[in-house]
Design a protein around this ligand. Sequence first.
Ligand SMILES: [Zn+2]
Ligand SMILES: [Zn+2]
Length: 555
Amino acid sequence: MVNFIRFLCVALCLCASGDVFGKKVSGRLGKELEKELKGRNLILRGSIHQNPMTYYEHGGNVYYYQHSRKHPVLFRIERDEPVLVRAVKVRDDELRIEFRSARLGNGLVTFSAPLHSPPLNRAAFDAGFALCFSTGEESEVLPDLVGNTSSSVYHVASSNHLPDADKRQAFRTHAEAEGAGMRACKLCFLRMPLVSDYATERTLALYASQQIQSMGQLATDDAVQSRAREIGQRVLDNWPVPLQGYKYRFSVMEDDEVNAYALPTGFVFVNRGLLEAAESDLEIEGVIAHEIAHVERRHSYRIYRNEKKKQMISAAAGVLVGVLTGKKSKEDKVEKAVIFGGLAYNLVKAATDVFYEGYPRSMEEEADAMAALYLERQYGGDGLAEMTRVLKKLRYYTDYVGVDEKNMRAFRSHPLLDDRIAAFTGSRVEVFDKPVRVVGRNNRGDEVVTLEMSCQRWTTSAVASRYSLDPTQILGKAYATADIGKPRKFKDVVFTTLAGRKIKLDNKEDSLIGPYEDQGFLLRGNLPVKLDELKAKGVKVNLDGAKLKWHLETE
Ligand SMILES: [Zn+2]
Ligand SMILES: [Zn+2]
């Protein structure tokens, strides 16, 4: 098991508006089920199709259920999950089974009947319940795929747009369906990245793309565009760690500035100035690898989340005054005043100003570490040499045209560029065969926080001391369940070696880890060995008062 929590936030607005045909769920059914189910241990089935909404048919009518952790955020469950039923409630036209899961915290499954179907009766509920939960070992699964014989498109069987019964053909696998001359439904197999809160990241990208459009235009030369696309695709095809699943678009901007930048969710822009200054595709490849790393590591989103959490914390402490308008929740207090796509404007701006002002140093280092990893794996020392050369060109360009540091977007000028050049010439990056995991458990033994570390960058001591770089950097991702309670500041990790020595790795970004979120991080310090070979007696994570028992898994 690699990632213990993977979920997808979907802004699904269920228009379960007032029912004109009578109540969809009777209170009596709710009471009956409460008696039967409360306190029972059940297995919540992993949703094989990964859709948060599962439609099913019963007696010629369509009903549905959805997994929901906390309204209105939905997530997908990818494996069977033991749960304890806490309550069964009828609220409006829904029947809710509320449960607790060690891994997912509190959750609920909602059963409902669409507007034009008869109310959810006992038999219709039972049919859906059997698909959603299992009480023991028997394993009943949904038929996987349903083809429409008239359109030759196949769908997931739990979708809401299946063809009429006489036009259906069942398949078990994609290959089987495709072998029968069918093509996959674009909607059923919508490719979404496996990241938390993707909807917010999309909004950031939308805002940033408006900024970009006002800044310049795309090059109209097809050959130039396809060159950028080819190089970009080459980098993606050979990316050294699993990709998050963003859909990338590579474009060339008609701009002489020697520069490149990336927007959240996968929009990468290369200026014509950079293309023309490059002597080889490899130079551009290095720059694009750096930009892809900003996307994959979700840098804009991280800035947004960290800003937001800081504001929420200060709002909760009563520090944030002035703009508060007396709304209900803390969340509301932060997100008032100016709103962009449902998000607070000041936070969106903080997360997208980086296109003008550059990312914080730690994020540039992360992006460089990923680019170095990619280049070294693909081309050995030659790759790193080309990247060094392109950084020197950026340095030269900023000096030559006298660009104001503040106006130099993603690639900021010295001293950062000098440090980065030095790091490229005096460092190597290694990816661990298997990620190293530091796990924090609560007193029930449940995994609450997992820090998963995937690679390590070493800088030679001469270069490290000359440019005050840290001798080692560790790249990782954190996941937390609801049991973490609130967003907490993640400061450092301290290992105790067998000899009793303490090795501290700092998180200088000072990021926060919150419930149900994945968060990238970069730890820095002086770790004399490769982390996956470290023999440690113990490990502790400084996570703002979180009372957890930590241990290190190196296998
Ligand atoms: Zn479909
Ligand atoms: Zn950068």
